[in-house]
Design a protein around this ligand. Structure first.
Ligand code: GDP
Length: 195
């Protein structure tokens, strides 16, 4: 994808009306600190347009980035931050559910998992949630540069088994440091989800 323009067009909090966009949306979910902002920045060829978490989990908004007036990258709020209250977690859930359930333009949800770690119970819940809403999630295994080459296959398998992925589910390893995986993600988005 050649990025000609980007615009953070809409920011939705828990009480916001979600936008009724007329272009395809691709959403990104993952626990806070997994590298979601870094991924979105890398996809947009920017260093710091999407927030890089200072206080992880604190910003409970859904951010819609308009790319080339052609599509949206949708940054879902991160989950699993220990210091968030039960009330905030419940609000988070409602917001995500409202979006996944209500968007008429959502084509795909990418779930980010840190390639170094076993998926958490929250990751598993998010995965099931995405599947239950009728999407075939694509997994992005982040922070690839933190592993030695020889460890990668083992960790991809760990993620696959930890999430109990439906056979055929795609896992794309990615590093925002080396940008490895970036072109593959765009290519996949363009061929699978854009007209
Ligand atoms: P978010 O909370 O999911 O949006 O995560 P961020 O993108 O803010 O990243 C959280 C932390 O992980 C930051 O310190 C990033 O610099 C770091 N990080 C993110 N992606 C990578 C990556 O691919 N490799 C490495 N080594 N660090 C990363």
């Amino acid at each position: 994808m050649i990025i000609r323009s980007i615009n953070l067009e809409t920011v939705c909090g828990i009480t916001s009306v979600l936008p009724d966009n007329d272009k395809p949306e691709i959403a990104f979910a993952g626990k806070s600190n997994v590298g979601k902002s870094s991924l979105i920045n890398a996809l947009m060829n920017r260093k710091s347009y999407a927030r890089i978490s200072q206080t992880p989990g604190k910003t409970q908004t859904i951010n819609f980035y308009n790319i080339n007036e052609e599509m949206y990258l949708v940054d879902l709020p991160g989950y699993g931050y220990a210091k968030v209250s039960e009330k905030e977690k419940a609000q988070w859930g409602k917001l995500i559910e409202r979006y996944l359930h209500g968007s008429s333009q959502l084509r795909a949800v990418f779930l980010l998992i840190d390639i170094r770690h076993e998926p958490s119970s929250n990751d598993k819940m998010m995965y099931r949630w995405i599947v239950e809403q009728g999407f075939a999630p694509v997994i992005i295994a982040t922070k690839l540069d933190k592993l030695k080459r020889s460890q990668i296959q083992k960790h991809v398998k760990m993620v696959r088994e930890g999430l109990d992925l439906v056979p055929g589910t795609k896992i794309i390893p990615f590093s925002s440091v080396t940008k490895q995986g970036r072109d593959e993600i765009w290519e996949f988005v363009e061929t699978e989800y854009l007209d």
